[in-house]
Write a protein that binds this ligand. Structure first.
Ligand SMILES: [Zn+2]
Length: 339
């Protein structure tokens, strides 16, 4: 094939004119005609090896320029004609459409709201407090003196100065008592933190629902009555309950509350570790020392407090065996809950 620089320029100009007036559907055919493997402009480039060495540089430059002109003409025409060759090639109208997934509430949110709703029906009012607390609200006012060994049970993340991430929702008690005078009847849901080794049973972040009631003549019998009503409302009318003596710095006496295992009905299974009972919360009568910190007269008022871990309740309820699943946000896990 012999040709001159002029031949290349003329062919490029003809190609530009042809492309500029082409319909969108014809553009792909024109691209093949000029720039395809056997295209006319491609042929100029391919045959450079055959032309005399003296002409090669000038012809090579002309052929490359011609290819650029044709490419530019094609893309300009695609834009002005509204043709979308690539999108068109990738669209398959026979495929099913993309369905929207409406989503569900997280099992922790759902569990927490359900618990709170039961206590609201019994006259408790919702209150909350900050996640970042001072040592005073998280420990000292709740009768954890500095250097008291009870603090070892609740290691947390210290933020410098006096600040820390709260280890329980109990600081809401102090904040509420400072603002109100008895009777005070509050339920406080919220996020809490502990510096714990992360494994299937514990996590550095979890949620609690705290409840407390202070008035004249509040007794342990009132506490048992309220917690019994809660257990029946949440776990079913035939649930069994027991109280075990325990120690918390801010209640005296203190108790842990168990319910009869609903999976094995007390016979023993892996859920209850073959004990027949499941621990669901801690509770007790508010220690007079806490009342002194907030200016209440321990001789005039009395009250109870209880607190439960929302993850623990959700794990029992939904038979979740690894707490980390609740924080990984794996959609395959979360989709199973229709809260
Ligand atoms: Zn069991």
């Amino acid at each position: 094939m012999t040709y001159s620089v002029r031949d290349v320029e003329v062919r490029a100009a003809q190609a530009e004119a042809e492309i500029a007036s082409a319909s969108p559907d014809a553009l792909e055919g024109l691209r093949v005609k000029f720039l395809g493997k056997k295209g006319e402009i491609t042929a100029f480039l391919r045959s450079l090896g055959e032309v005399p060495a003296s002409d090669r540089a000038a012809l090579g430059q002309a052929a490359n320029l011609a290819r650029e002109r044709v490419e530019k003409a094609l893309s300009e025409r695609r834009e002005t004609s509204g043709a979308q060759p690539t999108a068109k090639a990738g669209f398959d109208p026979t495929l099913p459409g993309v369905h929207g997934y409406p989503g569900t509430r997280h099992p922790i949110s759902h569990t927490m709201e359900e618990i709170v709703r039961i206590f609201e029906r019994m006259g408790f009012v919702v209150a909350d407090g900050p996640d970042v607390e001072t040592d005073y609200y998280n420990f000292e006012a709740l009768n954890f003196p500095p250097d008291h060994p009870a603090r070892d049970m609740q290691d947390t993340f210290f933020l410098g100065g006096d600040l820390l991430l709260r280890t329980h929702t109990s600081p809401v008690q102090i904040r509420s008592f400072q603002k109100r005078t008895p009777p005070v009847k509050i339920v406080a849901p919220g996020r809490t933190y502990r510096n714990e080794a992360v494994n299937a049973r514990s996590y550095c972040l979890f949620h609690q629902v705290e409840g407390f009631y202070v008035d004249t003549n509040v007794t342990f019998g009132d506490l048992k009555g309220v917690l019994g009503s809660f257990a029946r409302a949440y776990f079913g009318a035939d649930v069994r309950m027991r109280f075990r003596p325990c120690f918390f710095p801010f209640t005296e006496p203190s108790t842990e509350v168990d319910i009869g295992c609903f999976l094995c009905a007390g016979k023993g299974c892996s859920l209850c570790k073959f004990e027949g009972w499941l621990e669901i919360m801690g509770a007790g009568m508010i220690d007079p020392e806490v009342f002194r910190h907030v200016g209440y007269d321990p001789e005039a008022v009395s009250g109870y407090a209880f607190g439960m871990g929302v993850e623990r309740i959700a794990m029992l309820r939904y038979r979740i065996t690894d707490i980390r699943l609740l924080f990984e946000n794996d959609v395959r896990f979360l989709k199973q809950f229709r809260g």
